[in-house]
Design a protein. Sequence first.
Length: 232
Amino acid sequence: MNKPNHACHNCPDPKPNDWLVTDEAKHAREFDCRCSRKCLPNNPDFVQASFMGDHPIVVRAARPDDAAGVARVYIESWHDTYPSILPTQLLCAMTPRGQTARWQAAIQARGREQVLVVEKSGAGIIAMASFGPSRDSDLGFDGEVYTLYVDPSYFGLGLGRALLRSSFSALGARGYSSCVIWAHAKNPARFFYEKMGGRLIAERTARMMGDAVPETAFGWRRLALVERSAAR
């Protein structure tokens, strides 16, 4: 195992009367996108639409005024996932004001890091992801999903899968061919990444607030989800 040393806008805006609603979307409450991969161009402002029960849902490029919603999901996800894993002082240091400023800057820049959100009618932003070029070229993967978080109130509804698939589509539209995701070694999301076809490819130890943080990397040689029946 490699152990590195360092740490559509082509489619019209969706309208309720032409969103695709399948039996799976109605009954399993999971995403079914009406846009094909070819509808995701280099312009990051693409939209994918579906329903959650009777509520419209879209996966789209983030806008600057989404920053507060993105920050809320990010902070709540960290507090839900890492209370016994990361230092309490680190979690307490994450403020809505600071995270809103951080995400607003990233969204406005539209540079290295691109941001996607899942928006639910009446509830606002309920999930987010960010991606761009790999930060560790030694691993042999050209793209990377930096963050992927779902509001804990919406776990188990397919939002993570929808975001990962959309991130892969957007990376492919920008010319990337593979992807890596780094996760805390104790983050339960690692089992999700394995189930989506990610292979454990590397390990490293980062430092946060002076504490050693073990991380694992999952890689996809192709930008496609290969869902396994069980994580292992």
